[in-house]
Write a protein that binds this ligand. Structure first.
Ligand code: C2E
Ligand code: MG
Ligand code: MG
Length: 574
């Protein structure tokens, strides 16, 4: 008789004990290159069993998985959480298999990509018992995929989108902006005489130049826009947000300014320039062709540097660049003047100061209000010089007014963002105070929310120093922005100027008194000085006074006017 192998003899003595079966089973499971799990069929898929491989993978022990019911849902990557929990819920409901890829965050912060395959196990009556399956670590594959994607979509020299990805983004933008008035905006950028750089300095330096220009382009566009290198020295920017031709001009000018800055090379500073074609439209292929044609037209106007495909839009560009030139000249020629509007104390009922408001006496267009040139001065940086002039002029006028009235007179000066962020701003304030001999406490600097937007630590420090000088800080147009209250907390503001939109309708039947009262009460609670702007009638005056506003300004008390004109009026209370 041949010997029967021991394992198959089948006697009770040789049959492995249940413990032995469990051990063998565990050993087998723990040698698999994946994690085996059994989960409860509940909302957070709480764990019943997890194999030990989970620990090196995610840094949490088997015991932690078993004891913390919501561990799995907590570790899900926030971008994947909803999708994964919804899939689990679907499987529990339908008993269909689970097949998913998602990310979990390991204990040390690593992001681990997993493939999760699970099935619902049913009992003999078809009742669901639990979910069981395995998790496979696919992080390496995913990273390789990302790297491949990077290679397929981005230009290796500049890191910008490559031509293929640019086309995809352009098609997408065109689809989104299909119904917009202007469609999608596209800027086609070509460096001027890049061949000359390559020929003279060699291709390595040429590559450095392209790399640097790519970086500057990337930094000049808004976060949602796509900057791409189309090849050679050609770049493009897709304006994904809705834009007007004026906005596109703003982007083009910013790009030209950045591209035109000197580039440092081993052999000294190197200069480049570019020509930009701008087109708007709703068909991606036509757009690209038209922007390219416009770019060639731009090469013919190197003094402007950009051109639209639509010649009639070129007018926008030409007018704008003309206005900038006029503004520059106007500042040199002294075409600006300040009007002053009275600020009235409502208790004493007397003028306690003035706000300086700038006007441009344009040689051909006549007198222009600030709304027509301050934004341009701001964009071009010309506001820094103009603002310094305003500050000095207003402080000098305040000193004169103090003498004339024989009592302290306050002077409010509007400050724009570019001014405030300028490294010399503090020096400008000092200079204006010194040259006019005005007491710092008689000067108020008016800042709006948009002025304070994007203020960094340095700006906060500048404001603190100005405040320590004794100068008063006011938040202008209060309530028109999004975060007025947070600015009050962040900066050392003493005065709040309540915007005209809150006072305009208070005297009419459907006027919103509640909002105005709320702002005034808030101002009192924060111990701020309140100035109501835009008071035009005696009813408005009575209401803001009753609500407890200390000061007011508006046509009712006086329109902005020349000092010479006002001096003719009696020096008297309002
Ligand atoms: P703002 O600082 O809020 O100035 C008040 C504006 O409201 C002034 O317009 C003034 O003429 C107008 N106003 C005053 N009372 C009334 C009223 O009762 N009813 C109505 N409807 N309007 C009234 P303006 O002079 O056109 O100035 C507009 C804005 O331009 C100013 O708003 C200020 O933000 C800015 N601005 C003026 N001068 C300068 C300046 O020197 N530098 C800077 N950066 N901005 C300035
Ligand atoms: Mg103001
Ligand atoms: Mg205002």
């Amino acid at each position: 008789m041949s010997a029967v192998p021991v394992a198959f003899r089948g006697s009770d003595d040789d049959r492995p004990t249940p413990d032995e079966v469990a051990r063998r089973y565990r050993t087998l499971i723990e040698q698999l290159p994946l994690v085996v799990y059994v989960d409860e069929l509940d909302a957070v898929s709480s764990n019943i069993f997890t194999s030990r491989q989970i620990e090196p993978l995610l840094g949490y022990s088997v015991e932690e998985w078993a004891s913390e019911a919501d561990l799995f849902s907590r570790l899900l990557h926030p971008d994947d959480r909803d999708r994964v929990l919804a899939s689990h819920a679907h499987t529990q409901e339908t008993h269909e298999p689970l097949s998913l890829e998602y990310r979990l965050i390991a204990r040390d912060g690593r992001v681990v990509w997993l493939r999760d395959e699970g099935v619902v196990v049913l009992d003999e009556h078809g009742q669901p018992l639990h979910l069981q399956g395995y998790l496979l670590d696919i992080t390496r594959e995913r990273e390789a995929e990302i790297q491949l994607r990077q290679l397929a979509l981005y230009d290796p020299l500049t890191g910008l989108a490559n031509r293929a990805f640019f086309h995809e983004r352009l098609r997408h933008a065109v689809m989104l902006r299909h119904d917009d008035e202007h469609g999608t905006g596209l800027l086609y950028i070509d460096l001027d005489d890049f061949k000359g750089i390559n020929d003279r300095w060699g291709h390595d330096l040429g590559d450095d130049v392209l790399h640097e220009i790519g970086r500057r382009i990337e930094q000049s566009v808004r976060p949602g826009d796509t900057a791409a290198r189309l090849g050679g020295d050609e770049f493009a920017v897709v304006l994904t947000e809705p834009v007007t031709p004026e906005d596109a001009v703003g982007v083009a000018e910013r790009l030209l300014e950045e591209i035109g800055k000197p580039l440092e090379s081993g052999s000294g500073a190197l200069y480049t320039s570019a020509s930009i074609g701008i087109a708007f439209g709703s068909d991606d292929e036509t757009l690209l062709k038209e922007a390219d044609i416009a770019m060639y037209r731009a090469k013919g106007h190197p003094e402007i540097g950009y051109a639209f495909f639509e010649p009639k839009l070129d007018r926008v560009a030409v007018e704008r660049s003309q206005r900038i030139a006029e503004l520059r000249e106007g500042i040199v020629r002294g075409e600006f003047r300040l009007d002053y509007q009275a600020v009235v104390d409502l208790d004493q009922y007397e003028i306690i100061g003035y706000e300086a408001l700038v006007r441009w006496e344009h040689p051909t267009a006549g007198e222009l209000p600030p709304g027509e040139f301050i934004p341009l001065a701001e964009e071009t940086g010309l506001i820094v010089g103009l603002g310094e002039w305003v500050l000095t002029e207003a402080c000098t006028e305040a000193t004169r007014l103090c003498r004339l009235h024989g009592r302290p007179m306050h002077m409010s000066v509007n400050v724009s963002a570019r001014q405030l962020h300028h490294p010399d701003f503090l020096r400008h304030v000092h200079r204006a105070l010194d040259s006019s001999a005005l007491l710092p406490s008689l000067l108020t600097l008016e800042l709006t929310e948009s002025t304070l937007l994007a203020s960094d630590e340095r700006v906060a420090q500048t404001l603190q120093t100005i405040k320590e000088l004794g100068v008063v800080l006011a938040l202008d147009d209060f309530g028109t922005g999004y975060a007025s209250l947070s600015y009050l907390r962040q900066f050392p503001i003493d005065v709040v100027k309540i915007d005209r939109s809150f006072t305009a309708n208070v005297a009419s039947e459907d006027g919103d008194l509640v909002l105005l009262k709320g702002i005034i009460d808030l101002g009192h609670a924060l111990e701020l000085n309140l100035v109501a702007e835009g008071i035009e009638t005696s009813q408005q005056h009575t209401i803001v006074r009753k609500l407890g506003c200390q000061q007011a300004q508006g046509f009712y008390f006086g329109r902005p006017s020349h000092p010479a004109q006002r001096d003719l009026d009696a020096v008297s209370p309002v």
